[in-house]
Design a protein around this ligand. Structure first.
Ligand SMILES: [Zn+2]
Length: 131
């Protein structure tokens, strides 16, 4: 695959709520949030827990490993790309992109790992690639 055919990632929207997440991405780390009130992890990270609405959420670093829960490849674009739900090893499921792969060979349950893709402006964007 040539670089010209790879879809560019749009820059991230960085705000006060998401800044720690993007600061970690700059260092190649994937963060998620864990609620100490109901003991559930969630992703994408939010200030208020999406399960119990507690503000007792804390950042945790994910291993970056996960499995594909579902995937879909957009082919009607000049540069086809694959979106997927990836269930992280820590439990939460992330809507993300699958990169560096042959989309026709992706399978549900396939192991993937996080990779960080540069953007023209802003922090690198986490995506996942097959192990
Ligand atoms: Zn909670």
């Amino acid at each position: 695959m040539t670089e010209a055919k790879v879809r560019a990632f749009p820059p991230a929207v960085v705000n006060a709520e998401s800044k720690p997440y993007w600061d970690a991405a700059e260092k190649g780390k994937l963060l998620y949030k864990f609620c100490t009130a109901c003991k559930k992890p969630h992703f994408y990270p939010r200030t208020l827990c999406p399960f119990c609405f507690s503000d007792k959420t804390e950042w945790k670093e994910a291993s970056g490993k996960g499995v594909i829960y579902s995937h879909s490849t957009m082919r009607r674009t000049p540069e086809p790309y694959t979106l997927a739900y990836v269930t992280l090893e820590e439990g939460p499921t992330a809507l993300t992109g699958i990169v560096d792969c042959d989309p026709d060979k992706l399978k549900i349950g396939q192991k993937v790992h996080v990779v960080f893709k540069p953007t023209k402006e802003g922090p690198p964007i986490p995506a996942f690639a097959p192990d």
